[in-house]
Design a protein around this ligand. Structure first.
Ligand SMILES: Nc1ncnc2c1ncn2[C@@H]1O[C@H](COP(=O)(O)OP(=O)(O)OP(=O)(O)O)[C@@H](O)[C@H]1O
Ligand SMILES: [Mg+2]
Length: 274
């Protein structure tokens, strides 16, 4: 099967993750299965310590499972694609920009590390990504210290996209943003997902972001994905965690907002000039 005909982007089969600690073994994942198709925005929800971040790190290739299979587009995570590009981009929870680098240097960093392209091309590629995330050329030489929280997220997103990965991982993309910045970051993510044809795997505790962006929600409990589906499907699945998570006061409010909300107008075109 060629890369372009593959519809399963992430294939996780019978995954076990076991950490050894002072008390013996900490079994995080046990026989976990998860298949993610091209174009999905799959959100992972689960209690603290259920292994959501570890799962993202395994998809990115930063960690190896104890047992089982993780494949991204038919390859081991971390392997480069046939074209030599990374298959996966990740937006880390805290942005993690290099404070000594400018905005543009931060965005260009993964490409520079590859040492394959001349500086001028790398600079242009970074400028394209800068505008793709809604920033302007005048922001290119700014230092991360001079950026708002929402702008830092945008720069980190541009860096995650610099190699044009087909798969984007988001760890708490709107955590720490005020509601307005969170909304506008969700609009940006929705536009990029559509225009770039991305597949997205997201971890979020924010129910507005969850209901706003997900095409499917997967619930981690009892060491595996206990159910997945639309918001309405998942919240009716009988499990104590789901009951508490979605049907507590917080979940009720987010669900009501979901019912009340009119269908969203499409966001402005990505990378539109200012
Ligand atoms: N490198 C490691 N060595 C040992 N234990 C680890 C390691 N990484 C994670 N763990 C353990 O694995 C479990 C899952 O951690 P993980 O960070 O994936 O949880 P999470 O679902 O992301 O939680 P949260 O919602 O709080 O972010 C935790 O019990 C954690 O202590
Ligand atoms: Mg986590």
């Amino acid at each position: 099967m060629t890369e372009s005909s593959t519809t399963v982007v992430v294939d996780i089969r019978k995954l076990w993750t076991v950490f050894k600690n002072a008390d013996g073994e900490n079994i995080v994942h046990r026989d976990l299965d998860l298949h993610i198709e091209r174009g999905e925005v799959l959100s992972l929800v689960g209690g603290s310590g259920t292994g959501k971040t570890v799962l993202l790190r395994q998809i990115l290739g930063l960690e190896k499972p104890s047992k089982g299979i993780v494949e991204v587009l038919g390859r081991a995570p971390g392997e480069l694609s046939a074209k030599g590009a990374a298959n996966v981009g990740m937006l880390f929870q805290h942005g993690a920009l290099f404070s000594a680098f400018s905005v543009l240097e931060n965005i260009a960093f993964p490409l520079r590390e590859l040492k394959l392209l001349p500086d001028e091309l790398i600079r242009n590629a970074a400028l394209v990504k800068l505008q793709m995330v809604g920033l302007q050329p005048r922001h290119a030489n700014m230092s991360p210290a001079d950026l708002s929280g929402g702008m830092i997220k945008r720069v980190a997103l541009a860096r995650a996209l610099i190699m044009d990965p087909p798969l984007l991982l988001l760890d708490e993309p709107t955590a720490g943003l005020d509601p307005e910045s969170a909304d506008s970051f969700c609009d940006l993510l929705r536009g990029l997902h559509r225009e770039l044809g991305l597949t997205v795997v997201m971890v979020t505790h924010d129910l507005d972001t969850l209901f706003d962006l997900s095409t499917r929600i997967a619930v981690l409990a009892d060491h595996k994905v206990i159910t997945s589906g639309s918001a309405r499907e998942v919240i009716t699945y009988p499990h104590p965690f789901i009951h508490e998570y979605f049907l507590g006061g917080r979940g009720q409010r987010a669900l009501e907002a979901l019912h009340d909300k009119p269908a969203k107008a499409p966001p402005p075109p990505v990378g539109a000039g200012h």
